[in-house]
Design a protein around this ligand. Structure first.
Ligand SMILES: [Fe+2]
Length: 503
């Protein structure tokens, strides 16, 4: 059985959900998930999963006291489509409004009108915001999930931003947030920026990226000294984008995969803003799992695809009727970036199909051992896409899994035990859709043993979501200042787990 992509029409506010099992008393905070939650307007459906209208889901957790609420985000896209009674502002397969005037068509090509921020959630200063790979970020009320409006920054980018990553890189020690923006204009440009805790609403430009043009990006590698932006050869062709708008096609037809070109690793020294550019054979990725420094340079672990064909497989009819071949999905690779020789090597960690990597925030940017992912259970039909949770022990090359037939877990969010010392002392939270029962539940796993501690059922289904975060009320996410067993800031390559086979 494949997960059913269908709308959740109702907004719920459910106090006192029954808990099966025991949630640790120290777990105190809010899990907020974001993803496509509504797919129809006036009986017509969007055609691409990523065009589903953004919906937030929130579990407030205080030990075994758990409440749930959900709300659709009132983005400009949603409001415009709802009032028009038709789908007019989608990014991928859906047809933009053919009744737009010439001026409106030109304007819609060059302004961030598609604000369906259905990918991730992030905290900027005192605000919480929904975010996607298109600007602007959309602030929401942390308690009620009500939409507030676009997050306002005091800088020059507001009207010109085209692309920005749904995964800003966070330095949990300094509180800094790193991202990039690609701006439109006579000459499109991509800038790396940071947001400092003392200037939370100002994007401070750190460096300009020398790229081959506009390119798609989704996440970064961050270590204490470096910020890395990996440029895959997936380009956004502005001329095609204009033509797509006039021909009432989705923006997806404007992307070009150029496998004859290498990937570029733009390695920015955080202290100076100086960028070193290295090249590697072409690949595609969404998510960097973690990165850290070695004597030679950097190690970057990421979930690698051969190409971006996965975008084309996310049309709802294909997802539910055809599924995905393993060849179109991702595996974990380790990249070694030698900053002295300008060489990049890579190796596949295992043949497991995995995505949505998560780690303990205490080891972000540091040598680490444990990685938590969504995965596909070997031998399941290709319509049955990501259907298990995986924990990799990178040191001992061991794997633990959680699997329940007919169930589809979201990305596994690791929350550290505030009193714990071991890297995997904590819990893993995942929102699971039980397709056979057509309801969802919050799964709480003991991260060390990867066995269930508790599950919290909601009386309805929650459409498969994309990303989220846990906002703690009492768990310090930064690394302890004097850890007893934490890795050293700069690791030796020889001490690290070596990948299983060359890729
Ligand atoms: Fe993502």
């Amino acid at each position: 059985m494949a997960p059913v992509i269908r709308s959740l029409e109702q907004e719920y506010d459910l106090p006192g959900l029954p808990v099966e099992g025991k949630i640790p008393d120290w777990l105190n905070g809010s899990l907020i998930r974001n993803g496509p939650g509504k797919f129809e307007i006036n009986g017509r459906s969007v055609s691409h999963w990523l065009d589903g209208y953004a919906m937030l889901h929130k579990f407030d957790i205080e030990g075994n006291k758990v409440t749930y609420r959900n709300k659709i985000l009132h983005t400009e896209s949603y409001k415009q489509d709802s009032s028009a009674g038709k789908i007019v502002s989608q990014c991928f397969g859906a047809v933009p409004d053919p009744c737009q005037s010439l001026f409106q068509k030109i304007r819609s090509t060059f302004s961030p009108v598609v604000d369906n921020t259905n990918v991730n959630v992030v905290q900027v200063g005192e605000h919480h915001a929904a975010i996607s790979d298109l600007s602007p970020m959309l602030a929401f009320d942390f308690d009620t999930l009500a939409t507030k409006g676009p997050l306002q920054f005091k800088d020059k980018f507001e009207q010109t931003v085209m692309l920005s990553a749904a995964h800003p890189a966070q330095d949990y020690q300094t509180g800094e947030l790193f991202n990039a923006v690609s701006t439109l204009g006579p000459l499109p440009r991509t800038y790396l920026y940071k947001i400092s805790p003392d200037r939370p609403y100002e994007r401070q430009v750190l460096a300009k990226i020398k790229s081959r043009g506009l390119f798609y990006f989704h996440s970064f590698a961050l270590t204490p000294r470096y910020l890395v932006m990996v440029e895959c050869p997936l380009r956004l062709n502005l001329w095609k984008m204009m033509k797509a708008t006039f021909a009432n096609r989705g923006v997806d037809t404007s992307f070009e995969w150029r496998p004859q070109q290498n990937c570029r690793f733009h390695v920015m020294h955080r202290a100076t803003g100086k960028v070193q550019c290295l090249e590697a054979p072409p690949f595609f990725f969404f998510h960097i799992a973690n990165s850290f420094e070695t004597d030679e340079g950097l190690v970057i672990d990421l979930c690698r695809y051969q190409n971006p064909e996965v975008f084309n497989l996310l049309y709802i009819d294909k997802l539910q009727n055809q599924g995905m071949n393993d060849d179109h999905l991702a595996q974990l690779y380790r990249y070694r970036v030698d900053l002295q020789t300008n060489k990049i090597t890579s190796a596949r960690y295992s043949s497991d199909i995995v995505e949505m990597p998560q780690i303990s925030p205490r080891v972000a940017g540091q040598p680490y051992r444990y990685l938590y992912l969504s995965g596909r259970c070997p031998g399941t039909p290709q319509r049955d896409f990501m259907n298990q949770l995986v924990k990799f022990d990178l040191k001992n090359k061991q794997r633990a899994t959680w699997y329940q037939a007919g169930s589809y877990p979201s990305e596994p969010i690791f929350v550290p035990n505030p009193a714990g010392q071991a890297e995997d002392d904590g819990v893993v939270l995942s929102l699971v859709l039980d397709a056979s029962q057509q309801h969802s539940f919050l799964l709480v796993l003991d991260a060390a043993t990867f066995t269930p501690l508790a599950r919290v059922r909601v009386p309805h289904h929650i459409p498969p979501d994309i990303h989220g975060g846990f906002f703690s009320r009492n768990v310090p996410l930064t690394r302890p200042q004097t850890p007893t067993n934490a890795p050293q800031p700069v690791g030796k390559a020889s001490q690290l787990a070596e990948p299983a086979e060359a890729g």
